[in-house]
Design a protein around this ligand. Structure first.
Ligand SMILES: *Cc1c(COP(=O)(O)O)cnc(C)c1O
Length: 405
């Protein structure tokens, strides 16, 4: 394979022109393969921010709370639900960090299952998911049942079945594994959990915006995920939280604040939860921090999740071909699934020299992620990454590996 193939793939890519609509993609000296940790800003964002400061904030001032801000956690939630999450309106909000949202949803799931006290989580899950579970277990006197999935894949339905019992209240899993990129069987695992009377909280951080999601059709109970990864919301942009309609009233969330209360401006002596998903809002929503992802949502809606997924698969296939041709002969090992149907938007490659090389690569403008112990994670954000960029980056990584050997 030659670099010519990458040019042909870019020429045939129906989404190729989206790349120009992100800041920084014209910098030929930068090969950015970390859009799944922090997506690039949308190019027209500065104008939108200026307009917001001038008009919605500067001119309308506090009146803007009535003119849209108060409902923005719900309206933006519904927009994500419709175009990215496969969910009907009234079940999704945008607000807290994923970490805080996990806390609220897991506590909510426990409160809906008062006779059960075991939480299931896997050792391959992202640290914050495991730490939140450990904190809740200590706080509530709950037991943790740990799963030990294959690190180059992820949690399977058999792993989950092996620990299910009539004491399991809630299972906390990622849709796409943050290291390997493995896609878990959300509908299958959720159905198996339900058969045993358990609920599942799905973390969509590495799928939302890259891998199609059908929360309603899959019977999902709870879900949350980041918006600064494939949804390009910027550093610390607020997460989304989904609670299936029939669970909203059953699952009491623990951070009851005035913005999720029935009548916030009555400022009464006792908390009464608002009707519907608003009760999952806690305090004043981060309105300003939602603007970058709103700009990205315009692009996501224009491209459509099916085309985004098709490009994502093509990009990861291209990366794996380059790995096989250039990196494997130098001792690298693919740590992601070869089967595209169970592979998300990133590819991880292990090599003992990578811990040393990553600093050199970043210094030279080749920016993948590093995942311990010795993995380089190539995050291929579909709308902002070109085939030529993947090609050039993997060739440079191969050059550095050959030099190091
Ligand atoms: C990135 C990521 C997080 C991050 O949570 P924050 O609260 O935004 O820091 C959580 N879970 C998973 C699976 C992630 O990939």
């Amino acid at each position: 394979m030659t670099a010519m193939d990458a040019a042909a793939l870019d020429a045939a890519d129906p989404l190729a022109s989206f790349r120009d609509r992100f800041v920084g993609t014209d910098d030929a000296g930068l090969l950015y393969l970390d859009g799944n940790s922090l997506g690039r800003p949308v190019r027209d964002l500065p104008g939108r921010l200026a307009e917001f400061v001038e008009h919605e904030w500067g001119e309308r001032l506090i009146r803007s709370w009535d003119e849209g801000w108060f409902d923005q956690p719900l309206t933006l939630g519904d927009r994500l639900a419709r175009h990215v999450l496969g969910a009907a309106p009234g079940q999704t909000i945008v607000g807290d960090s994923t970490t805080v949202s996990l806390y609220k949803l897991i506590r909510g799931a426990l409160s809906a299952q008062p006779d059960r006290r075991t939480i299931v989580v896997d050792r391959g899950n992202f640290p914050t998911d495991r730490y939140v579970v450990q904190g809740i277990a200590a706080e509530r006197g709950a037991e943790i049942a740990w799963l030990d999935p294959d690190p180059a894949a992820g949690v399977t339905i058999d792993d989950v079945r092996a620990v299910l019992s009539d004491d399991v209240a809630v299972i906390v899993l990622s849709h796409v594994a943050y290291r390997s990129g493995y896609i878990a069987d959300v509908p299958g695992i959720t159905a198996a959990a339900h058969e045993a009377g358990a609920l599942v909280v799905w973390d969509l951080c590495h799928s939302a915006g890259a891998v199609p999601v059908e929360l309603d059709a899959w019977g999902v109970d709870f879900a949350t995920g980041c918006t600064y990864k494939y949804l390009n919301g910027g550093p610390g942009s607020p997460a989304f939280s989904y609670v299936r309609a029939d669970l909203i009233e059953r699952a009491a969330q623990p951070i009851q604040g005035w913005m999720g209360a029935r009548d916030p401006f009555v400022m009464g002596p006792e908390y009464a939860a608002a009707d519907g998903i608003r009760r999952f809002v806690s305090g004043t929503p981060p309105v300003f921090a939602m603007l970058p992802m709103m700009a990205m949502m315009d692009l996501v809606e224009e491209a459509g999740m099916d085309r985004i997924r098709a490009k994502s698969v093509a990009l990861t296939e291209h990366a794996i071909r380059l790995h096989d041709e250039l990196l494997a002969p130098l001792g690298a090992v693919l740590a992601s699934p070869r089967d595209a149907s169970v592979r998300g938007g990133h590819v991880t490659v292990d090599h003992p020299a990578f811990p040393e090389l990553i600093g050199v690569l970043w210094r030279d403008g080749i920016v993948p992620d590093f995942r311990r112990p010795d993995g380089i994670r190539l995050g291929l954000s579909p709308l902002s990454t070109s085939f030529a960029e993947v090609d050039a980056a993997i060739r440079r990584i191969a050059d550095e590996l050959a030099r190091a050997a």
